[in-house]
Design a protein around this ligand. Structure first.
Ligand code: SAM
Length: 219
């Protein structure tokens, strides 16, 4: 089992993962195949975050979920596996190559029919979505510089009480360390400040994975 909470002491992180929903056999095989891709495999969310997203989906019971940044499809598989009949997940990515792996595992897990994969720049896909049905759950996990645009595009289409999850908000802890003043870190700080001050929303930043903010649109 991999450790996927860099901000939690190692023993406690393993304990938390061991006492959470475990990846299915198909999910474990997807994690193993993705690992063979090398360094890029680090883009995949960890099993603890996967368990969190599965449980959250089962709790919120979204009719429409959206993912920005699909890669080889593990986070999408976690969400799709908990969707109720008739609910769907729109996945946005630019990579035919990585999402071809995703498609294979979605098929094997029997969730392919719930997922609508849109290849192309995610902002174009989001802006082209009709105003109805509203989005009930969204996960943002793509190019970090576009986070403010993804957040606003999704927020405008979010149902009251709808939830947005945003990944990598702690950027390895650099956002909290004033010695880091590079452009990417400053951009993430500005985004995090914007979310925390957004009067339309209630949010909580969780030290899971590389930092995950959960934002709920006020009713
Ligand atoms: C961090 S990975 C997503 C990981 C995935 N959520 C998982 O847990 O396996 C980011 C993905 O965003 C995609 N991406 C980058 N820029 C994008 C853009 N402008 N529009 C859509 N997808 C983009 C990349 O192709 C990559 O697959």
């Amino acid at each position: 089992m991999s450790r996927d909470s860099a901000f939690v002491e190692e023993q406690a992180a393993f304990y938390a993962a061991a006492h959470s929903l475990q990846p299915t056999a198909v999910q474990r095989e997807l994690i193993a195949e993705t690992a063979k891709l090398g360094r890029v495999a680090g883009m995949q969310i960890g099993p603890l975050q996967g368990a969190f997203m599965t449980v959250l989906t089962a709790t919120l019971r979204p009719r429409l979920a959206v993912e920005v940044g699909t890669f080889t499809g593990y986070s999408a598989l976690c969400v799709a596996s908990a969707l109720e009949p008739g609910a769907r997940l729109i996945c946005c990515d630019v990579s035919e190559e990585w999402t071809s792996i995703a498609r294979r595992y979605w098929d094997r897990a029997g969730v392919a029919e719930r997922i609508d994969l849109r290849i192309g720049p995610a902002l174009d896909t989001l802006r082209a979505l009709p105003s109805e049905p509203r989005i009930d759950l969204a996960f943002i996990d793509a190019d970090k510089s576009s986070y403010p645009d993804y957040y606003e595009a999704i927020f405008g289409r979010l149902s009251p009480g709808g939830v947005i999850l945003v990944d990598n908000v702690l950027r390895g802890g650099t956002v909290a360390d004033l010695e880091h003043d590079d452009e990417a870190t400053e951009a993430m700080r500005a985004f995090n400040d914007h979310v925390a001050a957004d009067s339309r929303a209630s949010s909580v930043m969780l030290p899971i994975g590389d930092g995950l903010t959960m934002i709920s649109r006020r009713q």
